[in-house]
Design a protein around this ligand. Structure first.
Ligand code: 7TS
Length: 411
């Protein structure tokens, strides 16, 4: 039997220069990786190396450093394709982030395929970036939005899925909720959607960094994620889509790189994936994301998920003992990814986040870009602790201590 890899957190921590910082006299306890992850030296170094040694515009020059830049950028795409088990790197479109990837589908596929009277099915737990683009499309073409609801544990209510899928062109749903931590059963949902004739878009911003993701096994049509939440830099993300869909879709942005031949009044499009990549790309960022994928692959995504499952389980156990606390999201750690949201009576989440910051603890307070979910939960905001590969159980203890101290201030 092959032994499953486990994370050596102390060793991982050494790879992240920022963790050496002290904040207000305390070691940094970074519990906001759902917003953006920290970056290992391996990622910072390859980006630095690109700028120092072979900075050039890719896909254009015939000279050595441009060819090196092209090779490094395209190699990153290849490694990303392998990481998510895409059939080909041609299916991996570099975007700026998840938000842009979803908007690409809205403009390019949505405008060509969604008609007046069609339905788009979303959920109550979507991040604004997988909600507002569909509101805009629906308004533009006369489609309607429908929503899957959640139960009191933050799990999707799927008993009426088949009925809700009637007349649906697109089901757009998050793989893992950034606020509740809920991991949705994408494979089963996608099967049901396809039976009903709908296409399936997955917002994977909180999944690809935290668990093994195999886009072909999931059986979905579009899958979007951001580099900066998975140890990579800001400014680069990915849209994966099935090749036949991408071939049929009109371009998104027009300009250099995305064309084959341009005449004054006409143009033809480049091959995939460049048809969707107008203008000079984020070269250093793409190369950096390639290094992030290598780094995560080296740890093993099963090990990453197992580590976070343990931390979330421990965090839920410790936090639930705090008097008056309300914890959101599934109790079952199998269904709960590395983000835990909670509220306390008498302390506003912003005040709590400010007070624990004095102890060097970084947590997020607010609506987490999920305002409709806040409405459903009946709160204006929550405090959220989100975990990643470099977090330890003792940081959960420090958070709990910080909360108890804050409670004394507000008692
Ligand atoms: N989808 C989900 C599920 C997210 O969590 C986020 C960012 C996005 C989409 C948008 O990603 P972007 O890279 O395009 O901005 N989530 C958060 C968060 O939870 N706190 O800050 C950003």
């Amino acid at each position: 039997m092959i032994e499953a890899k486990t994370l050596n957190v102390e060793k991982v921590r050494e790879d992240f220069p920022i963790l050496a910082r002290r904040i207000h006299g305390h070691p940094l306890v970074y519990l906001d990786s759902a917003a953006t992850s920290q970056k290992p030296a391996a990622v910072i170094d390859v980006m630095d190396d690109y700028y120092r040694r072979y900075n050039a515009n890719p896909h254009r020059g015939v000279y050595a450093i441009s060819e090196e830049a092209t090779a490094a950028y395209e190699s990153a795409r290849q490694r990303l394709a392998t990481f998510i088990n895409a059939a080909s790197p041609k299916e991996v479109i570099f975007t700026r982030n998840t938000t842009e990837a979803i908007n690409l589908v809205r403009y390019s596929w949505g405008r060509a395929n969604v008609r007046a009277g069609d339905r788009i099915l979303l959920t109550e737990m979507e991040h604004h970036s997988n909600l507002v683009p569909w509101q805009l499309l629906a308004r533009e073409v006369g489609a309607t939005l429908e929503f899957l609801c959640i139960d009191d544990q933050g799990l999707l209510q799927l008993d009426d899925l088949a009925r809700k899928l009637e007349g649906v062109r697109l089901l757009a749903i998050t793989h893992q909720s950034n606020t509740l931590g809920t991991i949705n059963p994408i494979k089963a949902i996608a099967e049901a959607a396809h039976r009903a004739g709908a296409l399936v878009l997955i917002d994977g911003a909180q999944a690809v960094p935290h668990m093994p993701v195999d886009v072909r096994d999931l059986g979905v049509d579009f899958y979007a994620f951001s580099g900066h939440k998975m140890c990579g830099p800001t400014g680069v993300g990915v849209l994966w889509a099935r090749r036949a869909l991408l071939e049929a879709m009109p371009p998104f942005l027009g300009g250099g790189d995305m064309i084959k031949r341009v005449k004054l009044n006409d143009a033809s499009w480049n091959d995939l994936p460049w048809k969707f990549e107008a203008g000079t790309p984020s070269v250093a960022e793409g190369i950096g994301l390639g290094a992030a994928v290598d780094y995560l692959s080296g740890l093993g995504m099963e090990a990453v998920r197992a580590h976070e499952r343990t931390l979330v389980d421990y965090a839920m156990e410790r936090l639930q003992d705090i008097p008056g606390i309300t914890l959101y999201g599934p109790r079952d750690p199998e269904l709960h990814g590395g983000a835990v949201s909670f509220t306390l009576p008498n302390i506003h989440p912003h005040d709590l986040a400010t007070l624990v910051d004095r102890e060097g603890i970084a947590v997020r307070a607010g609506h987490h870009c999920t305002q409709p979910l806040m409405d459903r939960l009946g709160v204006p905001a929550t405090t959220r602790a989100s975990f990643y590969i470099y977090n330890r159980a003792d940081e959960v203890d420090q958070l709990v201590n910080g909360i108890q101290k804050a409670q004394k201030v507000f008692a």
